[in-house]
Design a protein around this ligand. Structure first.
Ligand SMILES: *Cc1c(COP(=O)(O)O)cnc(C)c1O
Length: 249
């Protein structure tokens, strides 16, 4: 079932202070980098704006946040033109082949490539748009039937074909581990993704710069395990509330 996110269908917590939340997250990112002996600049925060209206995105942009994530093409196509033109966008959701043209037009990186067929379609659309497209390969790190993403062995088997697509730049791996309220429980999955990146690098004979892992509940653990991109929504914008039945008119 395709869920359509429309900001009119959601209720927001108006008490949320974006400035306080952004500050707190940046501090926690710096602290996690410190614990891991990493430079703070080695981690990039993607503000996951799904379900948030353009006004809220622009408010966060005014506080200095530049990089945003969306997981639905339809929502992104409506929202991005209403947002500050200086922003950069990552696509982080499941991409259907008939939406690749929009994805190439709207996003500077597609983090969720999970098959060779999809990569080939993005390559074709990037060619038509005379663009190069940075991508990450999404991995189903826990083998969950309900999730998208490459099975690790298949990713390694297809990696050279993926890397040979002339318009694509494979920049690394992305994963969404199983949800757990205990951040520590996500650590083995982050380690698994880091190990898979090392294997992918030896297949390619070249370094892959990015590991996109860690969300509101577990981004600090992800940073300790090598994340270079963390994707944070709820901890910045407030919890996404349950959807109501109809828009308020
Ligand atoms: C929603 C989403 C996030 C952010 O999740 P939060 O728990 O709100 O921080 C990160 N990555 C993906 C792929 C998402 O869909």
């Amino acid at each position: 079932m395709e869920r359509i996110y429309d900001s009119r269908f959601w209720i927001y917590d108006s008490a949320v202070s974006l400035a306080d939340n952004l500050d707190a997250i940046q501090q926690r990112i710096r602290a996690a980098c410190g614990r891991a002996g990493r430079a703070a600049a080695s981690v990039t925060l993607v503000a996951v704006a799904k379900t948030q209206p353009a006004e809220v995105v622009n408010e966060l942009a005014a506080l200095g946040q530049v990089l945003f994530g969306e997981n639905k093409i339809q929502e992104a196509r409506a929202k991005i033109p209403l947002c500050s033109g200086k922003l950069r966008w990552h696509f982080i959701g499941h991409l259907q082949s008939n939406k690749c043209r929009d994805a190439v037009e709207l996003f500077e990186m597609i983090e969720s490539v999970d098959s060779l067929a999809l990569a080939q379609e993005i390559n074709k659309r990037a060619e038509a748009a005379a663009k190069r497209m940075p991508i990450l390969l999404e991995v189903n790190v826990a083998g969950e039937a309900s999730k998208f993403g490459y099975q690790p062995e298949r990713l390694l088997a297809e990696l050279e074909q993926l890397n040979a697509l002339p318009r694509l730049e494979v920049h690394g791996l992305m994963a969404i581990p199983p949800f757990t309220p205990v951040p520590e429980k996500a650590r083995p999955y982050f380690q698994k993704l880091r190990e898979l990146k090392a294997r992918a690098e030896s297949v390619l004979g070249a370094p892959l710069p990015h590991l996109s892992m860690g969300m509101s509940g577990d981004f600090e653990v992800a940073i300790e395990e090598g994340a270079t991109i963390v994707r944070v929504g709820a901890a910045l914008f407030g919890e996404r509330k349950a959807k109501i039945e109809a828009p308020i008119s």
